[in-house]
Design a protein around this ligand. Structure first.
Ligand SMILES: [Zn+2]
Length: 339
């Protein structure tokens, strides 16, 4: 059955389901209740499907501290828009309006913003308290809702979304292949999955970040954020000095634990250069998991899941991939996507 997208905004959201029992959740006072007795509370208007103490605590602190840093509306440059658009592909990008889109690992909302601008109906989830930063930046509305949830235990029935979108996330989960499978399970027949993943590179293994991570990721956020600020304030001026001298940049990037954008994004102002350096250095030094995969490995994982029309290339942030769930899958019972 192909949905009429013109009426998509009038159709209900893919309904919440208990991540454990797959039963529909009924609204109770300030919570969602499962018939098996489980209950998931709302906090700040956001349903919470995770318990505290998950591995993404540092990300939550990071996105609250740097809530607006990567938003196009803040930088004045279409950096997030261009990256999302390249990953989604022109054809699908032009038809996002009214589609049910699941954004996994939404962070503070750099991509939420541009997906909403394209008219998609976006369900944004994140494992961490970053959902609160996302809500402050992009309040919930009839085209945007937010949940704190684990990608491996999503609060929806399988095959609920036209497009599942997940950039900058999978490498930070315990098992990229398991995460891919869970994301793919949410795609409706005929719908699409769009992801990216860090790739192996020489700098990946030679950068000092590789070792420093063992120290920094153990710090509680209250210590981790200031520690990273001190690191950036020590190293970034050196990066700035050699910003126009590529050979020195390359040498410096081998010894400096600080990630900077003087080369990749010269259009950013000095203030934004510092903010992006703080944010991405914190990201790279405090993440608990940080995997790399080749293009071939990502493609093979998507093939094993039964995806078709697989497109998989190296891009600015590693491997970028998109794929479709076949319209006639053997176990299809639910709704198909109108893509
Ligand atoms: Zn339940």
């Amino acid at each position: 059955m192909v949905m009429n997208r013109a009426s998509a905004l009038e159709t209900p959201w893919p309904p919440w389901h208990c991540p454990r029992h797959q039963l529909p959740l009924q609204p109770a006072s300030e919570s969602l209740a499962c018939a098996q007795g489980e209950s998931f509370s709302f906090h700040l208007g956001i349903p919470r499907f995770v318990s505290p103490g998950h591995y993404a605590t540092a990300f939550g602190a990071q996105w609250k501290r740097y809530r607006r840093t990567q938003l196009d509306s803040y930088t004045g440059h279409p950096l997030s828009r261009d990256r999302a658009r390249r990953a989604i592909g022109e054809e699908l990008w032009s038809r996002l309006a009214g589609l049910d889109l699941l954004e996994c690992g939404c962070g503070a909302g750099r991509f939420t913003e541009v997906l909403l601008q394209q008219g998609a109906r976006v369900t944004s989830v994140d494992l961490s308290e970053a959902v609160e930063a996302n809500q402050e930046n992009l309040p919930q509305s009839r085209t945007h809702r937010i949940a704190q949830a684990d990608i491996l235990q999503l609060p929806f029935l399988p095959e609920s979304f036209d497009l599942v979108f997940c950039l900058g996330v999978i490498q930070h989960t315990p098992s990229p292949e398991t995460t891919l499978a869970s994301l793919y399970s949410q795609v409706r027949p005929g719908g699409a999955l769009v992801v990216d993943h860090y790739a192996h590179s020489l700098s990946w293994y030679t950068k000092s970040a590789f070792l420093l991570r063992y120290y920094y990721r153990r710090l509680p956020p209250a210590k981790g954020l200031p520690a990273i600020e001190r690191l950036v304030d020590r190293w970034l001026p050196l990066h700035e000095k050699v910003r126009r001298f590529r050979p020195a940049q390359i040498v410096l990037s081998r010894v400096s634990p600080v990630l900077c954008y003087y080369h990749a994004l010269p259009q950013l102002s000095d203030d934004l250069q510092r903010e992006w350096a703080l944010l991405d250095t914190h990201d790279s030094l405090t993440c608990w998991y940080c995997h790399a995969r080749s293009r071939r490995a990502v493609r093979a994982a998507l093939q094993r899941l039964g995806a078709e029309a697989i497109w998989c290339e190296y891009g600015e942030n590693g491997v970028v991939a998109r794929a479709r769930r076949p319209l006639l899958s053997a176990h299809t019972a639910g709704q198909s996507s109108g893509l």
